[in-house]
Design a protein around this ligand. Structure first.
Ligand code: UDP
Ligand code: MG
Length: 316
């Protein structure tokens, strides 16, 4: 019998967190999902961990046949890790969460209940983001949230929370997407009809440190901006038109000034430089953006696989 519920967790160097995660998760599963008519499975992706994570996961899978471990041959990133698990998931309801216990497994039943009510995508909305998430971690998330809200047109509070539940249809649709740079929460929303959020608790990272630095976040932001909208390119054109218009008016003004004050000389070299630097700067931003799109097109046409599965471990 195919599982009814699939729990998906991406894991990258989480050896300190795995024991507590497994203990809490298996308790939730036995307490809340004991109905034999609704079997569950847990799919753990090892995203190329360099510590003992993989060995620990395999041990868990040996003892519990409902656990499957997808082993990647190297590190491909959180979203690819989730995709790798999506490809294995058989459940009608699919829940994702982080391994670091920032997303309490105890919240899973709440999300599952919402999908059972008929929602396609249920996002967790983190209450009281923890202080140990540094300014450099929360500030970019705020920007990501704001931009995502604008570019995808779906008004959720929290796109960054990976404690989320999806219906089978939405996951199937996501699996059809071939693009490599995909931000799962936004992608899911583009295939969902009914979307909702439920408040979930948010704990401090139990151990280890965040795998996201500022650079990964900037990359994620570009992913979002370029894969879900053409907004930056359109903004470029608008900006170009406005600048040209402004330049033309300035030209008319200068001509008029010349006629009105034939004796006046403008001491404009520095002003000119200021203006020049400004526009040169703008041009480079524009080039950068264009380059970003072209680079992404290049990556897509090479059509490399998003990840490589080395082995799937499961006790029979
Ligand atoms: N993760 C992953 N591959 C990566 C980076 C992270 O599978 O390259 C996993 C990580 O093990 C964790 C989840 O993704 O389960 C979220 O990572 P993290 O806690 O570092 O992100 P943050 O909470 O800071 O957003
Ligand atoms: Mg975390």
């Amino acid at each position: 019998m195919d599982p009814y519920l699939s729990i998906i967790i991406p894991i990258y160097n989480e050896e300190e967190n795995i024991p507590a995660l497994w203990e809490r998760l298996s308790r939730v599963m036995t307490e809340h999902f004991a109905d034999p008519a609704k079997p569950w499975e847990i799919i753990l992706t090892d995203d190329g961990s360099r510590d003992r994570s993989l060995a620990m996961l395999i041990d868990i899978a040996k003892a519990e046949p409902r656990v499957k471990v997808v082993e990647f041959n190297r590190n491909y990133g959180q979203h690819s890790a989730i995709f790798g698990a999506f490809a294995e998931a058989k459940g009608q309801i699919i829940v994702t969460l982080d391994a670091d216990l920032q997303n309490p497994p105890e919240e899973i039943p709440k999300l599952v209940a919402k999908v059972e009510e008929g929602f396609d995508v249920v996002g967790g909305w983190r209450q009281g983001r923890q202080a140990n998430d540094s300014f450099f971690r929360t500030m970019p998330s705020k920007i990501v949230n704001a931009v995502t809200r604008r570019t995808t047109g779906v008004k959720l509070h929290d796109y960054g929370c990976m404690l989320r539940a999806y219906s089978r249809d939405v996951v199937d649709a996501m699996l059809l997407c071939k693009e490599r740079s995909s931000f799962i929460p936004a992608l899911a929303n583009s295939f969902a009809k009914r979307i909702t959020e439920v408040p979930v608790a948010h704990a401090e990272r139990a151990a280890g440190e965040s795998k996201y630095g500022l650079w990964k976040l900037i990359n994620l932001q570009f992913d979002l901006l370029t894969s879900f909208s053409l907004l930056p390119l359109q903004a470029l054109s608008v900006f170009g038109v406005l600048t040209a218009g402004f330049g033309f008016l300035l030209f008319l003004g200068l001509v008029a000034y010349r006629f009105l004050h034939p004796e006046g000389t403008a001491q404009g070299v520095f002003t000119l430089f200021a203006i020049l630097f400004f526009f040169v700067g703008c041009q480079f931003v524009a080039f950068g953006l264009l380059g970003e799109y072209i680079g992404r097109i290049y990556q897509e046409v090479r059509d490399r696989p998003r990840y490589m599965v080395k082995k799937v471990h499961q006790a029979k």
